[in-house]
Write a protein that binds this ligand. Structure first.
Ligand SMILES: Cc1cc2nc3c(=O)[nH]c(=O)nc-3n(C[C@H](O)[C@H](O)[C@H](O)COP(=O)(O)OP(=O)(O)OC[C@H]3O[C@@H](n4cnc5c(N)ncnc54)[C@H](O)[C@@H]3O)c2cc1C
Length: 305
């Protein structure tokens, strides 16, 4: 990222929302469940699976967390009615983790119950490192209570991740392994690109050695290649692992991987709380973020002349 781009990326929050929406629409299925269903139908037609995320990161009240929980029930019903190949991803803050562990647990149980009634599966996204302990604690509690239709996410960026793989191993968890999107201090996270990649592969090796089902979630070509090599070394067949990508990112490569016979799941976010998700995606893509910020800065400068 050039210095100019990184400076412009910091300006993104000042960009008018309609402009952000215009550029971020490729990363989001839409504001409504019907749009998410259409999006998943299209992905399924192209041979990809999906995981649907109800955007709701700015929860401040218990009723809002319950609202998200109810929306997940609707999502399972819609997946079933349309016979889609999709599970769901949930954020614990969306289910009320910042309000209380108990509220979040009750809401997650309601989502899990809905999933069970439709024979579906729930993956808990991993958020910033202040939530890791609670997330893994809740995951363990629910798995020990017999909720087998539940998976979790581990972030290669975090120094603790290899230890987390080892301490979860007795559960043979279904794990999405990703780099981790949250900017974390060097006390808890690797900040060097190569160190994150190395920890990704160490964690993947440990997960595969423990016999876990892994969703390899990266668009990093080098990591995709190294991960597939390890999967082949373990002799895994196509139903025994999956690749995962975000909606709107590296779509041509996605189609190639599907055509090569890999099961690939696309993360499909939808909902009214699209703004913070969009900012994160755009900030990851400096070329586009720079274009937007430049266009907006140009407009502001012209107006002030
Ligand atoms: C299915 C899925 C689920 C995820 N769930 C979580 C989660 O629960 N918790 C969490 O912290 N993180 C999650 N992430 C995000 C992840 O941690 C990374 O931040 C993100 O995937 C970028 O890292 P990368 O491995 O793709 O490598 P990068 O090195 O960041 O990207 C590799 C290449 O991919 C392309 N690319 C990446 N992002 C974009 C973009 N936004 N726009 C255009 N091109 C792009 C670029 O060509 C880039 O060079 C998830 C990612 C995926 C794919």
């Amino acid at each position: 990222m050039s210095l100019i781009d990184s400076a412009l990326v910091r300006l993104l929050p000042a960009v008018p929302k309609p402009v952000v929406q215009l550029f971020s629409s490729r990363y989001i299925a839409g504001a409504t469940l019907a749009e998410a269903v259409d999006c998943v139908r299209g992905l399924n037609a192209g041979g990809a699976m999906a995981t649907v995320d109800v955007l709701g990161e700015e929860i401040a009240r218990e009723e809002e967390a319950w609202g998200i929980t109810q929306t997940y029930r609707d999502v399972f019903a819609a997946i079933d009615t349309a016979a889609l190949d999709s599970n769901v991803s949930v954020k614990l803050t969306g289910l009320g983790l910042d309000l209380s562990y108990e509220i979040c647990r009750d809401n997650l149980l309601a989502v899990l119950e809905a999933a069970r009634s439709y024979g579906n599966f729930v993956r808990i996204d991993m958020e910033d490192s202040s939530t890791t302990d609670d997330t893994l604690r809740l995951y363990r509690e629910l798995r020990e209570d017999g909720h087998d239709n539940l998976g979790v996410v581990l972030q290669a960026r975090l120094r603790r991740t290899l230890d987390d793989v080892r301490s979860l191993a007795d559960l043979r968890p279904s794990v999405r392994l990703c780099k981790g999107i949250y900017l974390e201090p060097s006390t808890v996270a690797f900040t060097d690109h190569e160190a994150v990649r190395a920890n990704f592969l160490r964690s993947l090796d440990a997960l595969l050695d423990a016999g876990c089902y892994v969703g390899v979630a990266t668009h990093d070509e080098w990591l995709i290649g190294e991960s597939l090599a390890r999967i082949a070394q373990h002799g895994l067949r196509s139903l025994e692992y999956e690749l995962q990508m975000l909606l709107g990112v590296r779509e041509e490569r996605r189609d190639e991987l599907v055509a090569a016979g890999h099961r690939l799941r696309v993360y499909v976010p939808f909902g009214e709380h699209w703004y913070s998700y969009s900012l994160r995606r755009l900030q990851e893509n400096p070329a586009m973020a720079g274009t937007i910020a430049r266009a907006t800065a140009g407009r502001v400068l012209r107006l002030s002349r």
